[in-house]
Design a protein around this ligand. Structure first.
Ligand SMILES: [Zn+2]
Length: 505
């Protein structure tokens, strides 16, 4: 018990949100907390004072399973890590990252983390990598019970409502009063975030609920009264309604830039992986449908600086959000919005791509990508011709087709590419592409070892620029040889019927 004596449990309380019902009768009409069955949300607070020499906390066994943790602390930055026990296994130690300023509540001495969300766990531990933290409050959140939305196919440009994702509206109220009554301002900017939670989760709706609980009641020592983001998008492209009041409600996602902006958060962490094409497409649909009046490539003065109309959180404030990889994809998001609102940029672009492998033979990745020459100039091209089959060790240069200046080619790249060369596999367009013309280009890559990496396409003007980069990021669809018809991903609603199958070649 020697080391344990350095740790002092200040409080262990299980908060029952039923008590929030309180004096509901005093609330104004229309802002009354709904009276419903008991909330399925459970939270537990574990607050401790680290000893002066201790680095690792005791293990806290939670009174209920939990699928998210928010950490509040006082003292030094970048010195805390947490891990959770899932069954018998401990997770890795996860760094606790400071949440960027977003709300309007003065946090006092407390610092708040970004939310950590994971598959349900039973115990938690934290450690200090250096001294300087004086008190640590771990808020364990259980939002595992609620609608299971992962099997639901949601039509494009349809948003899963708060009721549908299992939002407990009572958490917006304290003593019968709305904590942060809804305010509206015309939306001039879309600010793109990532939630810094896990990628490709099995139950994204549970994570939406845990972010809601954290933002509404915990972060900044008491919460902001609601979820900070206006919209959230999961990796399959399902869009969730965030802040109460709709996309025009003033959120709490970028301090100083909340009024007049819509905060859209991709669920996941995009510092070293890309936003999946399906998520990008879902997001683009909702932006185009909700804010069709915004020029997706425009910019204007906003708050205290000139900002792109579709910008990243890091354009507003010093933060990594939405991750280095995610940030690079914003141009593709803007292009997708522009095509959906019927104002595509007058230049060559990619409009759809799919990757697929046979389930029984995943050492071959095939692709089909659509090029659209929406410029006034013909696109001249070179070899190799569409259909060429590369093996993984080859490049377009090594097979005798180095880039020729100003010629246009398709490039294919993937996350496990270790050659150091971007788009090692390139294909010509099979002949000059006239202004206005669209063409499907296909090809394949034989892999040395089977892997289901993330793949994407680019449109390359050789010797000039990657004109489209990181387009249609996705894992190959697994097919059987008998299945010849597949949907294209990243195609836009305003273009020819997205459900028209294209023949695999
Ligand atoms: Zn952000």
């Amino acid at each position: 018990m020697g080391a344990m004596a350095n740790w002092r449990a200040l409080r262990l309380s299980r908060r029952m949100f039923l008590t929030l019902l309180g004096a509901a009768g005093l609330a104004l009409p229309g802002s009354r907390p709904p009276l419903e069955a008991a909330s399925p949300v459970r939270t537990t607070r574990w607050e401790t004072v680290p000893g002066p020499d201790a680095t690792e906390s005791p293990v806290f066994v939670a009174p209920h399973p939990f699928n998210a943790v928010g950490v509040l602390w006082q003292g030094a930055l970048d010195s805390l890590q947490v891990r959770v026990r899932q069954g018998e296994r401990w997770s890795a130690w996860w760094p606790v990252a400071l949440h960027p300023a977003a709300g309007r509540r003065p946090a006092g001495p407390w610092r708040s983390s970004t939310l950590l969300a994971f598959a349900p766990a039973g115990a938690l531990q934290y450690r200090l990598t250096r001294p300087g933290v004086t008190v640590v409050r771990c808020e364990l959140i259980d939002t595992t019970s609620g609608p299971q939305l992962q099997a639901v196919t949601v039509p494009r440009a349809v948003v899963v409502s708060r009721a549908q994702w299992g939002c407990d509206e009572r958490l917006r109220f304290k003593d019968g009063e709305e904590v942060w009554p809804v305010e509206y301002a015309p939306v001039e900017k879309v600010v793109v975030h990532h939630t810094a939670t896990a990628n490709e989760e099995a139950d994204p709706a549970a994570t939406v609920r845990s972010i809601y609980v954290y933002h509404a009641t915990i972060i900044d020592n008491g919460g902001w009264g609601d979820i900070g983001y206006n919209l959230l998008v999961d990796w399959r492209g399902t869009v969730y309604e965030g802040r109460y009041g709709g996309p025009g409600a003033v959120g709490a996602h970028a301090s100083g830039y909340n009024t007049g902006s819509c905060g859209v958060a991709f669920l996941g962490t995009f510092t070293s992986t890309y936003i999946p094409a399906a998520a990008e497409a879902g997001c683009a649909s909702v932006i185009a449908a909700s804010f069709g009046y915004l020029d997706p490539f425009g910019s204007s003065f906003f708050a205290d600086k000139t900002l792109p109309n579709i910008c990243g959180h890091r354009d507003c404030l010093p933060t990594q959000c939405p991750g280095d990889f995610g940030y690079r994809q914003l141009n593709n998001l803007r292009d997708a919005v522009a095509r959906q609102r019927g104002t595509p940029r007058p230049q060559a672009q990619l409009t759809a791509v799919r990757f697929f492998s046979e389930a029984a033979a995943q050492d071959c990745v095939r692709f089909e990508v659509e090029v659209w020459n929406n410029s006034a100039q013909p696109l001249e091209t070179q070899g190799p011709d569409p259909g060429y089959a590369y093996d993984e060790t080859q490049t377009s240069a090594s097979i005798g087709h180095p880039g020729q200046f100003n010629r246009w080619r398709i490039g294919i790249d993937f996350l496990d590419n270790t050659t150091g060369r971007r788009y090692p596999f390139r294909w010509g367009l099979g002949g000059t592409l006239a202004p206005g013309e669209r063409r499907l280009i296909s090809g394949q890559i034989e892999l040395t070892t089977p892997k289901r990496s993330l793949w994407w396409a680019g449109l390359i003007q050789e010797g000039v620029a990657f004109r489209v980069d990181m387009f249609g990021v996705s894992r190959p669809l697994l097919t059987t040889p008998s299945r010849l018809f597949l949907p294209l991903v990243a195609r836009n609603a305003s273009e020819p019927d997205a459900s028209t199958p294209l023949r695999a070649r």
